[in-house]
Design a protein around this ligand. Structure first.
Ligand code: ADP
Ligand code: MG
Length: 634
C-alpha cells in the first residue's frame, strides 16, 4: 500500500561473541551439562565421575541447599523439603497441576500483584516460599559450578533445552531460572532438535525424523522435518505421566506380591520403605537392560529381609503394556503430520528408559526400521545442546552455522483498510529482525494503534490476532509526514517482540508475544491451506481496501483544504467539489473497487483547479515581504 509503507531496511541480529559455552539438559529426572572439547561434544562429570545430576533439590534451612544425589537420598525422609521433578511446575499455576493429592508439596499461589510471576505456583518449604524458577536455578547453579570447575574458567553462555511443546510461560520460566543461576542463555533449544543435532542429522540427508523420548516420568514423541539445514517441528505428542518411574512401580508391586505371604501385616509400607523398594526396583530394571537376572535384596525398617530374583522375561511381562502405551501417541503424531511410515528417514532414541530392549523392539516394529541408539540416550540432548552452544559462541566458522528453527506462519501488522502488511515471512529462519517504516494517516494524528497478526492471508479478519498496543505522543504533523519505524524481532527461542518508534521525538512503545507455540500444528496447517485457495479473492479484497484508503485520505485532505482556502473558490465551484466528494463517499459503501477508483479520479479532476489556486496563493504568501535571495529555491 503506497500511502503508508515507506521502506524496508533489512536488519539482522548481532552474533554472539563468547568462548566457554555449554549445553544443558534441564531434565525432569536428571540434568546434565556438556561442552565441545577438541571438536568433540562431551558430558562433564562431577568429582565422583558421574554424568547425571538427579534433578532433586533439598532445602535444609534458610541458607543451605543441596542438589543431586545427596538430595535424592533424603527424598523419603524429608519429602516436603525435597523437591523432585520441579520441571513439571515450570510456568504453571496451581490450577494447572492435575493430581495434587499425589504430590507431597505444599502449593501456594503467588498473589503479589507487582510480581512478574503473579498467578504462578510456589512451594512452601523449610526455607520459605520457593518458586519452580528458584528451585530450577539451584539445579542450574550446580551444573554451572561443575562446568566451571571442569573447564577452569567462567562460563560465558549456555544453550538450555526445553521440550518442544513448552509454551511461552514455560520457556520464559526456564530463561528466568538460568538468569537467576547467573547463566547467560545463548538460546533455548527444543530437546528433540538437540538430539537430532547430536546425531549430526543437520548434516545428513534432508527428510523427516522421529525423536522418541522416554525419560523418567514423561514420554514425548516429536516429528521433525529437516530441509536446508533447518529443523521444523511437524508434530509433537506424548504422555506426561508415562516414563521409567512407572516401570519401577510395576517391579515394586511385583516385589510386594512375591513377599505378600510372609509380610501380610506390613502392607501398605511406610514412606521410607516404599522409597527404598522403589530405588531397588529401579536398580533392578537398569541392571536387566544388560543382564538376564537381577537379585533384589534389602532390609525393611523393621528388620525384615527381602531377597527375590527378577528375570528379564518377567520384567517384559510386567511392563509390556507400558511400552505399548507409547504407540498411540506415535500414531497420533504421524497422523497430525500427515505422514506415512515409509516417509520416516530415521528414528532417534532419547531418554534413559529407551535403553530397555523391549522398548527398542517396540519402536523398531512400529517404524519398520532400526532406531539410532549408538549415542547414550540420556546424554544425547545435552550433547546436541553443547554443539549448538559451541556454534553460537562463535567457536566455529560461519558456514557451519546451524539454522535450526523457522517461523511457521508469516508475521505482520494491520494497516489502513483492514489489510495485513507482512513484516516477517513464513519459514524465515530464527533469529530474525525486520523493520518497516509507516506514517500517519490523518493530519495531527498523535497516536497509532499497532495490531500484530499471524497468518498468510491479506485480510486482518482471516489472520490470527496476536497482540495490540498503542504508540502515543506522536508530535502533531501533516498526514504522511511522521516516520514511525516498526521493528519485528523473533529471537532464537521463538519469542516475538514488536516495537514502534517515532523518529523525530524518539518516543517508543513495544510488546512481546509468543507467536507460534499457541497454535497446534493442525491450526497452522489449516491456516496455510486456507491461504492457498484464497489468493485471488485476497488480491481483490486488497485492491478494494487500498482504493478505499486512498479515497478516504483524498476526502480528508480536501476537507482540510476547503477549510483553509475555501475563500479562493466561488460558491458554484464549492458546490461542484462537495457533490464530487459526496459521490465518492457513496462508493465507499460498495464492494466495487472500480467504482471507488473512478470516483476518486473524478474528484481529483474536479479539484485540479482548486489545487492550482492554492498553489499560487501559497507561493505568493511565501514570497510576501522577502527578497528573492532569501527564498529557498530548491
Ligand atoms: P528425564 O528426561 O526425565 O530427566 P532421563 O532421560 O534421565 O530422564 O531418564 C531417566 C529414566 O531412565 C529413569 O527412569 C531411569 O531408571 C531410566 N534408565 C536409566 N538407565 C537405564 C537402563 N540402563 N535401563 C533402563 N532404564 C534406565
Ligand atoms: Mg530428558
Amino acid at each position: 500500500m503506497a500511502l503508508l509503507q515507506i521502506s524496508e531496511p533489512g536488519m539482522s541480529a548481532a552474533p554472539h561473541q563468547h568462548k566457554l559455552a555449554v549445553g544443558i539438559d534441564l531434565g525432569t529426572t536428571n540434568s546434565l551439562v556438556a561442552t565441545v572439547r577438541s571438536g568433540m561434544s562431551t558430558v562433564l562429570q562431577d568429582e565422583h565421575g558421574r554424568s547425571l545430576l538427579p534433578s532433586v533439590v533439598r532445602y535444609i534451612n534458610d541458607n543451605e541447599v543441596i542438589v543431586g544425589h545427596q538430595a535424592q537420598a533424603k527424598q523419603s525422609e524429608d519429602p516436603i523439603n525435597t523437591i523432585v521433578s520441579v520441571k513439571r511446575f515450570m510456568g504453571r499455576g496451581i490450577k494447572d497441576i492435575a493430581d495434587k493429592a499425589h504430590i507431597p508439596y505444599r502449593f501456594v499461589s503467588n498473589n503479589a500483584s507487582e510480581s512478574p510471576s503473579q498467578g504462578m505456583l510456589q512451594l512452601d518449604t523449610r526455607a520459605g516460599l520457593k518458586s519452580p524458577v528458584e528451585i530450577s536455578a539451584e539445579i542450574l547453579k550446580a551444573l554451572k559450578v561443575r562446568a566451571e570447575k571442569a573447564l577452569g574458567g567462567e562460563l560465558t553462555g549456555a544453550v538450555i533445552t526445553v521440550p518442544a511443546y513448552f509454551d511461552d510461560a514455560q520457556r520464559q520460566a526456564t530463561k528466568d531460572a538460568a538468569r537467576l543461576a547467573g547463566l547467560h542463555v545463548l538460546r533455548l533449544l527444543n530437546e528433540p532438535t538437540a538430539a537430532a543435532v547430536a546425531y549430526g542429522l543437520d548434516n545428513a540427508a534432508e527428510g523427516v525424523y522421529v525423536i522418541y523420548d522416554l525419560g523418567g516420568g514423561t514420554f514425548d514423541v516429536s516429528i521433525l522435518r529437516l530441509s536446508k539445514g533447518v529443523f521444523e517441528v511437524l508434530a509433537t505428542n506424548g504422555d506426561s505421566a508415562l516414563g521409567g518411574d512407572d516401570f519401577d512401580h510395576r517391579i515394586y508391586c511385583w516385589i510386594l506380591d512375591q513377599t505378600r505371604e510372609q509380610t501380610p501385616n506390613k502392607q501398605p509400607l511406610n514412606e521410607e520403605d516404599t522409597r527404598l523398594l522403589l530405588t531397588k526396583a529401579r536398580q533392578a530394571k537398569e541392571w536387566l537392560t544388560d543382564n538376564d537376572e537381577a537379585q533384589i535384596t534389602c532390609k525393611l525398617s523393621d528388620g525384615y529381609a527381602i531377597d527375590v530374583v527378577l528375570s528379564a522375561d518377567t520384567l517384559v511381562e510386567l511392563t509390556q503394556n507400558l511400552v505399548n502405551k507409547t504407540l498411540s501417541p506415535m500414531r497420533k503424531a504421524m497422523r497430525d503430520a500427515g505422514l506415512e511410515l515409509s516417509e520416516i528417514k530415521g528414528v532417534v532414541m532419547v531418554g534413559g528408559a529407551t535403553r530397555m530392549p523391549h522398548v527398542r523392539h517396540a519402536v523398531q516394529d512400529f517404524f519398520e526400521q532400526e532406531p539410532l541408539t549408538n549415542l547414550d540416550p540420556d546424554k544425547v540432548v545435552a550433547l546436541g545442546a553443547a554443539i549448538q552452544a559451541n556454534v553460537l559462541a562463535g567457536n566455529r566458522s560461519d558456514d557451519d552455522l546451524l539454522l535450526l528453527d523457522v517461523t511457521p506462519l508469516s508475521l505482520g501488522l494491520e494497516t489502513m483498510g483492514g489489510l495485513v502488511e507482512k513484516i516477517i515471512p513464513r519459514n524465515s529462519t530464527l533469529p530474525v529482525a525486520r523493520a518497516q517504516d509507516f506514517t500517519t494517516f490523518k493530519d495531527g494524528q498523535t497516536a497509532m494503534s499497532i495490531h500484530v497478526l499471524q497468518g498468510e492471508r491479506d485480510l486482518v479478519s482471516a489472520c490470527r490476532s496476536l497482540a495490540r498496543f498503542e504508540l502515543r505522543g506522536i508530535p502533531p504533523m501533516a498526514a504522511g509526514a511522521a516516520r514511525i519505524r516498526v521493528t519485528f524481532q523473533v529471537d532464537a527461542d521463538g519469542l516475538l517482540s514488536v516495537s514502534a518508534r517515532e523518529e523525530t521525538k524518539g518516543i517508543e512503545a513495544s510488546i512481546t508475544v509468543k507467536p507460534s507455540y499457541g497454535l497446534s500444528e493442525d491450526q497452522i496447517t489449516a491456516m496455510l491451506k486456507s491461504s492457498f485457495g484464497a489468493a485471488e479473492a485476497d488480491k481483490q479484497a486488497r485492491a478494494l481496501a487500498e482504493a478505499k484508503v486512498d479515497a478516504m485520505s483524498l476526502i480528508s485532505a480536501i476537507n482540510i483544504a476547503l477549510e483553509q482556502d475555501g475563500h479562493l473558490l466561488s460558491e458554484s465551484e464549492k458546490d461542484e467539489i462537495n457533490a464530487s466528494v459526496k459521490s465518492l463517499e457513496q462508493t465507499l459503501n460498495t464492494e466495487d473497487s472500480h467504482a471507488v477508483h473512478a470516483a476518486t479520479e473524478a474528484l481529483n479532476e474536479t479539484t485540479e483547479n482548486f489545487a492550482a489556486k492554492r498553489m499560487d496563493a501559497s507561493v505568493s504568501r511565501a514570497l510576501a515581504g522577502k527578497k528573492i535571495d532569501e527564498v529557498d529555491l530548491k
